[in-house]
Design a protein around this ligand. Structure first.
Ligand SMILES: *Cc1c(COP(=O)(O)O)cnc(C)c1O
Length: 222
């Protein structure tokens, strides 16, 4: 299947999930995750109407963003992977929104280096997976209080990565917990759901879904 066909199929699945959940399709933004794929694939997806693109590494994005632009693609770029503090400045220059602010130290670094107000989401390690980054659920309230006081940051919501299994239903409690946390904090955005579980995420309230393989195909290596 081509990227264009994949994209329209993902869109149909998003519409169906919104319909099941009684939500407006406009409430959900599809972020196409292009890590491990070439700039021409991004350009092809953008030509077919993809408006938002996610990358998980600054270094890869530093090459791909100008290359995609040279091919006529000007999506809104999202950073979805762990960010090292020494790359905070570059990240604020490359990306419109950072989904993966996972420590106060990183938030401070982004705040200091941001030339203008930067949209961020706080990553929450809902499942308390030792291999994952993010605030523990019980830390989020105090983290938000501290981060909200930093200049140049606009905290828009929360992000999580569910434990990966073959059954999307296993992600549901994780997504539901993130929504409860977000509701308690009065924030707008919920970034959750990937190729394996984005429909469940939409049913549980996702406003951003981050979908890679279902659009760009299986990745080599990563
Ligand atoms: C790679 C990645 C995705 C997309 O994963 P797919 O399974 O390809 O849809 C989403 N979010 C994050 C944080 C990722 O690293």
């Amino acid at each position: 299947m081509s990227i264009v066909d994949n994209l329209s199929q993902v869109r149909r699945r998003i519409e169906a999930a919104c319909c099941r959940a009684g939500r407006a399709v406009d409430d959900v933004t599809l972020v196409g995750v292009s890590k491990g794929t070439a700039a021409d694939a991004v350009a092809e997806a953008c030509a077919a109407g993809l408006t938002d693109v996610g990358e998980n590494r600054v270094q890869e994005a530093q090459e791909k963003i100008p290359a995609a632009r040279a091919l006529g693609a000007r999506p809104r770029w999202h950073l979805i992977g762990h960010l090292q503090t020494n790359k905070a400045k570059t990240a604020t220059e490359l990306f419109a929104i950072l989904h993966s602010v996972d420590s106060l130290r990183l938030a401070e670094a982004v705040s200091r280096r941001a030339g203008e107000r930067t949209q961020v989401l706080l990553e929450v390690n809902v499942a308390k997976d030792a291999a994952k980054f993010g605030f523990a659920p019980e830390e989020v309230t105090s983290a938000l209080t501290a981060i909200s006081q930093l200049p140049n940051l606009d905290v828009r919501g929360l992000m999580t990565i569910a434990p990966q299994t073959h059954d999307p239903e296993t992600s549901r409690p994780c997504f539901r917990r993130l929504r409860e946390l977000r509701d308690g904090l009065g924030l707008a955005e919920l970034s959750m759901g990937m190729t394996g579980d984005f429909e469940v995420a939409i049913e549980e309230g996702a406003t951003y879904v981050r979908v890679g393989r279902a659009i760009f195909g299986e990745r080599k290596g990563t």
